[in-house]
Design a protein around this ligand. Structure first.
Ligand code: RM4
Ligand code: MN
Ligand code: MN
Length: 433
């Protein structure tokens, strides 16, 4: 077995030494500032260290648009190499110990072996993801006109069987959740009977639900358009909520930030799902126009903060059924996927820590006294606090990098992987997000 390059712990700590001075100084300064607000900085470091977000296996490869995909040298060619990259991210940022798999892109030939490979790197498996939005080689029935909602029973049965297979693989890998996103819908008015399609969805989902082990959850992921451009079957959180309720107590609604029309108040959707005890979790990313093609927090960091404000409020209130699964789901087209994922993971911890800085008493007072300006100012005070030293210290104490991107670049990881991973003929491009 050839040895594969890994970033050494000593390389990380040497790198940290170089940057440690400013971190200590800034940390000290911030701790004094926070003390004036009666906040103990150490509590926030603990919060930062407790935050966890899963990496999507498909996120470590280059994505693509419907125009082109520009593969980069050193990309992972199979699930083992994807896990190597996930382990590298985890090593540097320390908040990403879980990986979410997409089947059949990541279908393991030996689940036990893959589980052990992950375990040795401190990784485990988060929610499984099925794929009935593409046809696979040798597949009997096509998903061209849908999967779980297809008019033909045989197509639906094939899609149901695929989802059940994902759960079976997940069981062997130690996963505890299954995410279903379908591309089903219509591209033309009249193409699909709108009510009947949803009925079929529920009928199919009931069979998938029945295959869930007792301690598993199923996540329904809505998306307002694409690939169906006229009508999408699971188009919004209301439809998702209705289906989750119909299915039962193990079904929850997943929020992918990129799956909403521009200007939608996503934090309100999050609050509603929390209130109704049906929030599954997230696929984090950012978007300007369409789907999830931007990194988390890159264009709307305030929105991300406001979402975390709802999440932290629920956490502090110990809302029933509140157990969100956090995952990134981004398409990386012009950046190194490892760098983008590390950056996004850090942005989430930032928003989470900032949300913990909100003076909840003050906010609630302002709300009760009908003082919108004070309410917004309270949120802004938390949002504008630069918590970077907290994030850096949290990472460094856990053995991670103070500056993950620089450490990664200077380690030469990607160049080494380019040598180790020459392009295989016919390697499938599995980076569509
Ligand atoms: C979809 C959706 C799903 C993801 C696929 C690849 O737009 O976000 O979560 O599994 O893309
Ligand atoms: Mn998604
Ligand atoms: Mn998406």
């Amino acid at each position: 077995m050839p040895t594969h390059f890994e970033i050494d712990d000593s390389f990380i700590s040497e790198h940290n030494q170089k940057t440690n001075d400013w971190v200590e100084e800034d940390y000290e300064h911030l701790s004094k500032k926070l003390r004036r607000q009666n906040v103990d900085i150490e509590d926030l470091v603990a919060k930062a260290q407790g935050f966890r977000v899963a990496i999507p296996s498909w996120g470590v490869g280059t994505g693509g648009t419907r125009f082109a995909r520009f593969p980069a040298a050193g990309e992972p060619r199979d699930i083992y190499e994807k896990l190597e990259d996930c382990a590298t991210i985890f090593k540097l940022v320390c908040s990403t110990p879980a990986v979410s798999l997409h089947i059949p892109w990541d279908k393991p030939s030996d689940a036990g072996d893959l589980r052990e490979f992950a375990r040795q790197r401190g990784l485990h498996f988060d929610a499984m993801n099925s794929n009935t939005f593409q046809d696979q080689p040798g597949q009997k029935h096509s998903y061209r006109f849908g999967s779980l909602t297809h008019p033909e029973r045989l197509v639906r049965e094939q899609a149901i069987a695929h989802n059940i297979e994902c759960i079976e693989i997940g069981k062997a890998l130690g996963s505890k959740a299954h995410t279903v996103w379908i591309g089903d819908g219509g591209n033309f008015p009249g193409q699909q009977h709108i009510r009947r399609a949803l009925e079929r969805y529920l009928e199919s989902m009931r069979e998938i639900y029945a295959a869930l082990p007792d301690d598993w959850r199923v996540f329904i992921e809505h998306k307002f358009y694409e690939p169906a451009f006229y009508s999408t079957v699971i188009n919004d959180w209301g439809t998702s909520y209705y289906c989750a309720r119909e299915l039962g107590s193990k079904a929850f609604c997943l929020v992918d930030l990129g799956h909403h029309a521009p200007n939608v108040n996503i934090e309100m959707i999050v609050a509603r799902l929390i209130q109704f005890g049906k929030l599954a979790g997230f696929h984090f990313n950012d978007s300007k126009y369409g789907d999830d093609d931007l990194d988390s927090g890159s264009v709307k960091p305030f929105q991300l903060f406001l979402i975390f404000n709802e999440l932290v409020d629920a956490e502090l209130n110990q809302e029933p059924y509140f157990n969100p699964a956090y995952m990134l789901d981004q398409s990386h087209n012009v950046t190194d996927p490892i760098e983008s994922l590390m950056m996004s993971a850090a942005e989430l911890v930032r928003a989470y820590v900032q949300a913990h800085l909100v003076d909840r008493q003050e906010l609630s007072d302002a709300q009760e006294k009908c003082d919108p300006l004070r309410a917004l100012a309270t949120l802004k005070q938390a949002f504008t606090t630069d918590v970077a030293p907290i994030l850096a210290v949290a990472r460094a104490r856990a053995g991670g990098a103070i500056d993950p991107i620089r450490t990664f670049r200077e380690s030469g990881y990607r160049q080494r992987k380019a040598e180790e991973r020459p392009v295989r003929k016919g390697t499938a491009a599995s980076g569509i997000v």
